[in-house]
Design a protein. Structure first.
Length: 245
């Protein structure tokens, strides 16, 4: 793994790692937490739960394996929705494996041209990361929302325990801040509008970097540390497994 790419081999995987794999020709990435023994806990949308985003359709992030050719280890997970546990092959769904690094430097963060590939925030101890992932597998992570509660949000929460107020307009995850939206915002709001393509590109990219940096989970002012037991109550997804203290 280096500045130009976060790609790693399976031999480099460690329990508690936040990993991701690109989908649909790098349109978006699917994120999860590696919990060891070749298993990944992740937050997903099942088949028939496609996500409509402005300008394109994001299909289910579940495995390429389906009812016609189920994975021998996971069986058919194509219809599952929410937090699931899959083997690494099903999680990658034919894609390559990437590591999502934590506690990166400001220069490293800004050098990444795509959001949702690293964070300035520090990770909690491995044991706590894995405990959160297993707990949320049993109790859920709320309703999936493309911009406010997605697979990257799930993995970042497992790693940090940090939760942002999703009532604000900026999504919690890094890949929610796309160059498309940054460029559009620049064109409609900048007092320095110019007919120059280079000028518009510079304005758009500058706003994109600014937005990415200050929307990182470590820089936002609406973030708090939330115990996982309280999180499921806040989301209203507890399944009766929490006993009264």
């Amino acid at each position: 793994m280096g500045l130009l790419s976060n790609k790693i081999s399976r031999d480099e995987l460690k329990p508690g790692d936040h990993i991701y794999s690109w989908r649909q020709t790098y349109i978006y990435a699917h994120h999860g937490i590696y919990v060891g023994d070749g298993k990944v806990v992740h937050f997903t949308r099942g088949k028939g739960k496609e996500i409509i985003a402005p300008g394109f359709l994001i299909l289910s992030s579940n495995s390429v394996y389906g009812s016609e050719n189920p994975c021998q280890r996971c069986r058919d997970q194509s219809m599952l929705n929410g937090v699931v546990c899959s083997c690494i092959d099903c999680f990658l769904s034919g894609g390559k494996l990437y590591l999502f690094p934590y506690n990166v430097s400001k220069s490293f963060f800004l050098a990444k041209t795509r959001g949702g590939t690293c964070t300035l925030a520090e990770s909690d101890p491995v044991e706590e990361v894995i405990r959160r992932a297993w707990f949320l597998l049993e109790n859920g992570f709320g309703a999936y929302h493309l911009f406010k509660n997605n697979c990257e949000d799930f993995a970042i929460y497992c790693k940090t325990g940090l939760l942002a107020d999703n009532s604000v307009s900026v999504g919690r995850s890094g890949q929610a801040s796309t160059p498309l939206y940054a460029s559009f915002s620049a064109l409609i709001s900048s007092p320095y509008l110019t007919s120059s393509f280079g000028g518009m590109t510079a304005i758009g990219y500058g706003l994109y970097c600014y937005n990415r940096y200050f929307s990182d989970i470590s820089k936002r002012h609406d973030v708090s540390k939330v115990p996982v037991e309280l999180l499921v109550i806040r989301f209203g997804v507890a399944k009766g497994k929490l006993k009264e203290q």
